[in-house]
Design a protein around this ligand. Structure first.
Ligand SMILES: [Zn+2]
Ligand SMILES: [Zn+2]
Length: 316
């Protein structure tokens, strides 16, 4: 929120399964109420939202049904949108995180982070299914939790909530073929270094007071605990790693950075954890560039691209 322009949003509904009243009451309804309140007050407010569509469950479902994840995503996003609209939720835009606009936004931000030295490549040891001849990231592997014997999925136990190393999972099963011919192999991934933002974030917290007092300690704690987080996965469903544009910029600006190996990253995608929060910006951009620019009086001042930047970036 900046000056008289207000962007309202809610947690992005996860597009897997049918939305229930809890999603509506817990996140979308409060945002809808706020949006309507601003409308009544005559404020320039938009309500942007969309489906969170990347991630393991949708890809697993597509593999099981032998369908294109894109088709499943389209169908489910449509249903979720219709369900909310049947309850009279007045989204200004409801998109999804696989949209072209979010791709553009995500790739721009990736390039900026990489070219500023904030993304590093590291080698990880990950489970690999010999029968499917592929890595098994996140929930692609399930088995017994080494701590409580409950159901461990990927790197977490659903029963005791503890973090689990995939190598520690007992009787591990591949969620694609159901087999257990699982080995652990090395694979390279890209990590976003969150530790480099500590000081700026803490300063911003003190000066701008963007969070309520009772949340402050939690946020401070999260900043202190922040570490390097991997933002790529050995998967097919997701946004491609933009190797070409990054390498081009490294050349053009003579940056002292390692280039990204296109062949290696061809087999990987950006992790949902990276592109989903960028969705809020991507949807706002989509609204301004796609919809508002088509309206009659949109040509009053500046291009659609300038308008979205003005809405999102500038003070006043
Ligand atoms: Zn457990
Ligand atoms: Zn398998």
């Amino acid at each position: 929120m900046s000056g008289n322009r207000i962007t309202v949003t809610s947690a992005l509904p996860y597009i897997h399964g049918v939305p229930h009243l809890g999603n509506m009451a817990g996140s979308v309804l409060p945002a809808e109420l706020l949006h309507r309140y601003f409308d009544v007050r005559g404020k320039d407010s938009i309500f942007i939202c969309g489906g969170d569509v990347h991630g393991t469950p949708l890809e697993l479902e597509a593999l099981e049904l032998e369908e294109d994840p894109q088709d499943i995503k389209d169908e489910k996003t449509r249903k979720v949108k219709e369900a909310y609209e049947s309850l009279n939720v007045d989204f200004t835009i409801f998109s999804d995180t696989h949209s072209e606009y979010n791709r553009k936004q995500t790739h721009e931000m990736f390039e900026e982070l990489y070219c500023n030295g904030l993304i590093d490549e590291k080698t990880q040891i990950m489970p690999y299914c010999r029968d499917d001849e592929r890595f098994l990231p996140d929930r692609y592997i399930e088995g017994e939790c080494p701590h409580c014997g409950g159901l461990a999925r990927g790197d977490q136990c659903d029963d005791c909530g503890k973090l689990v190393e995939p190598t520690e999972i007992e009787n591990a099963e591949c969620q694609i073929c159901g087999g257990s011919r699982i080995e652990f192999e090395e694979t390279d991934h890209l990590f976003l270094d969150l530790t480099k933002f500590d000081d700026e974030l803490k300063e911003w917290l003190e000066e701008e007071k963007p969070v309520p007092e009772n949340m402050l300690n939690q946020v401070r704690h999260d900043i202190e605990e922040a570490e390097e987080r991997s933002i790529t996965r050995d998967q097919n469903w997701g946004f491609e790693v933009p190797t070409e544009r990054v390498n081009k910029r490294i050349d053009e600006e003579n940056l002292e950075l390692e280039k990204l190996d296109p062949e290696k990253y061809d087999e990987k995608v950006l992790y949902v954890w990276f592109d989903a929060p960028i969705g809020y910006i991507g949807f706002t951009r989509e609204y301004f560039e796609e919809y508002r620019s088509n309206k009659k009086n949109a040509s009053s001042s500046g291009s659609a691209d300038e308008k979205w930047k003005k809405h999102w970036d500038t003070e006043g």
